[in-house]
Design a protein. Structure first.
Length: 289
């Protein structure tokens, strides 16, 4: 754990939250909300030097990561993998779990499965964000949601065989029209047969979509599996106007002990964004009065 950073967890009761920072290896995602870019070794070295517990990796595909190289980097820097993103399935390969074409949906499921297997070897869950896709006429919302449910009923158990959950991330309205809000995604996941799919709560998306971020986190409770840590403008925490105190209190109240991962724009530059993130973790480390 980060020194002096039981920001949210109570270390007397459980392990506490762990910090993570994002590394994108996807050129097509350039301009996106990732702190470190292109070089896994350099990203791991910087993450460790700043005191992060883990890295969250966005690979172009599962076979772009050499597991032996990654294992070596993690051991060298005493890091964990917080999660592995599947966004390249959409931005690079144009696959979506709710594509109207059955053959595209099948390839999308296989892409996510390959990331589950990669992450699973490191104890890390895969993230389904943009791979949830969107629906447009003539496809109905019900049809798209049913396709997503079918995919998760297959992929949730696959993740369970790797002893990791799978993460579904509600996104803001400009990125999907399937799941924007925590409560809707929570209700959807609760009805699935598989109970191995948890929520990824991204504070940037929640700032747009939720009336009350803390209340949404409390409603999701034990289904919160991972948090993307960003300010209102998707800069590092402290560079925008989000009030983090009630968010920290809500996460403490639900006993969240997973990863809080900075998925933010690398502004004003990667190193400054990473350093500001760590400082914010520390700033909010004291229980709020
Ligand atoms: C993925 O975690 C996410 O939040 C998307 O907005 C990335 O574009
Ligand atoms: Mn996110």
């Amino acid at each position: 754990m980060l020194p002096g950073f039981p920001i949210i967890g109570n270390c007397d009761e459980h392990e506490g939250v762990k910090s993570a920072i994002t590394i994108s290896l996807v050129p097509e995602a350039r301009g996106g909300p990732f702190v470190f870019w292109d070089n896994l070794a350099a990203g791991c070295a910087k993450a460790a030097a700043l005191g992060f517990d883990a890295v969250e990796i966005f690979p172009p595909s599962a076979d772009a990561i050499d597991p032996d190289e990654l294992r070596g980097l993690l051991a060298k820097h005493d890091l964990k993998v917080a999660a592995v993103g599947t966004g390249a399935g959409w931005v690079k390969h144009k696959l979506r779990l709710t594509d109207p074409e059955g053959s595209v949906r099948r390839r999308a499921v296989e892409f996510v499965a390959s990331i589950i297997d990669l992450g699973g070897a490191f104890g890390a869950p895969a993230i389904i964000g943009s791979m949830q896709g969107r629906y447009d006429p003539p496809v109905s919302r019900d049809a798209a949601v049913n396709w997503l449910a079918a995919a998760l009923e297959e992929l949730g158990p696959r993740a369970a065989t790797r002893s990791v959950p799978l993460l579904l991330e509600p996104l803001n309205r400009y990125e999907t029209n399937i799941f924007n809000r925590t409560a809707d995604a929570h209700a959807f996941l609760s009805k699935l047969k598989t109970q191995n799919v948890k929520l990824l709560c991204d504070l940037f998306h929640m700032n747009i979509e939720e009336a009350d971020i803390a209340a949404a986190l409390k409603l999701a409770g034990p289904k919160v599996g991972h948090v993307h840590f960003a300010d209102s403008n998707r800069h590092a925490a402290g560079y925008g106007h989000t009030n983090f105190a009630p968010i920290a209190a809500a996460l403490r109240e639900i006993g969240f002990a997973g990863f809080i991962s900075a998925e933010i724009l690398p502004l004003p530059d990667s190193d400054s964004a990473a350093r500001q993130t760590i400082e914010s973790f520390r700033e909010f480390s004291q229980p709020q009065p």
